[in-house]
Design a protein around this ligand. Sequence first.
Ligand code: MC0
Length: 146
Amino acid sequence: MLTRIDHIGIACFDLDRTVEFYRATYGFEVFHSEVNEEQGVREAMLKINETSDGGASYLQLLEPTREDSAVGKWLAKNGEGVHHIAFGTADVDSAAGDIRSKGVRVLYDEPRIGSMGSRITFLHPKDCHGVLTELVTSAPPAPTDH
Ligand code: MC0
């Protein structure tokens, strides 16, 4: 059902400086960046590796776009660091339903739009031993011209 670590979300105060740290220290380059206004984040995805399910694993660097966003509130309380983990699945609706049936709070009634057009939902950290946990179904690859 859950077939990979899709990403690890890392909260930071300054996205550009944090991207530069990961580039200079480890050689990781930005694969994709975007602003997600609904989530209140500016983000950079650093691809670490492809995975055997056809997906990939990323580090996701997150800078809040507003103080009252989830990441803004978390940063004010905790400072920089790992904010959440995300598991990849081919079917986020099914995975969320299955996990909800086990008594874990799923935060959204319907998945929302995440990085790179993915569909995402979150599990409450208090039901997951303190770890904010995200479920992700990647967007299908864009059709290629032949
Ligand atoms: C909050 N808590 C956490 C936490 N955030 N614990 C572990 N990890 C986190 N990241 C804990 C707090 O310490 C607090 O515990 C309790 O949960 C309630 O937190 P709060 O500060 O009062 O905040 P709430 O309740 O308003 O919101 C917490 C909640 C929220 C998890 C429901 O952050 C949320 O809806 N998160 C999901 C969306 C999200 O995180 N978006 C940003 C990434 P105590 O013990 O003090 O009561 S967007 C993203 O990642 C997208 C773009 C993508 O992947 O594509």
